[in-house]
Design a binder for this molecule. Structure first.
Ligand SMILES: [Zn+2]
Length: 89
């Protein structure tokens, strides 16, 4: 059995980050050639833990629907500090 970790550049703050590819939070964004910018029509790009936490806080503040998986108390531990088992991919 193998494990997979997604290595990526955060679409929101451009920090290098890693996460569980199945659980990582993503935002619709578009690559301009130099950076990602938020774009509702863009393809979903992953964001880092810091940006995901900020996004979730904003969703809560604005009363927007929170993805079920991200509402779990251990979401950040699982999404940003564990790998996915390849059998789940
Ligand atoms: Zn970020």
């Amino acid at each position: 059995m193998g494990y997979a970790t997604l290595l990526f550049v955060c679409a929101a703050c451009r920090a290098r980050a890693q996460a569980n590819p199945l659980l990582v939070m993503s935002i619709p964004a578009r690559w301009t050639g130099t950076e990602y910018v938020a774009d509702a029509d863009g393809k979903r790009e992953p964001v880092c833990e810091g940006c995901a936490r900020a996004l979730l806080a904003r969703f809560k503040r604005e009363g927007l629907p929170i993805p079920i998986v991200a509402g779990h108390p251990d979401y950040f531990a699982r999404a940003y500090h564990e790998s996915a088992e390849t059998q789940d991919l």
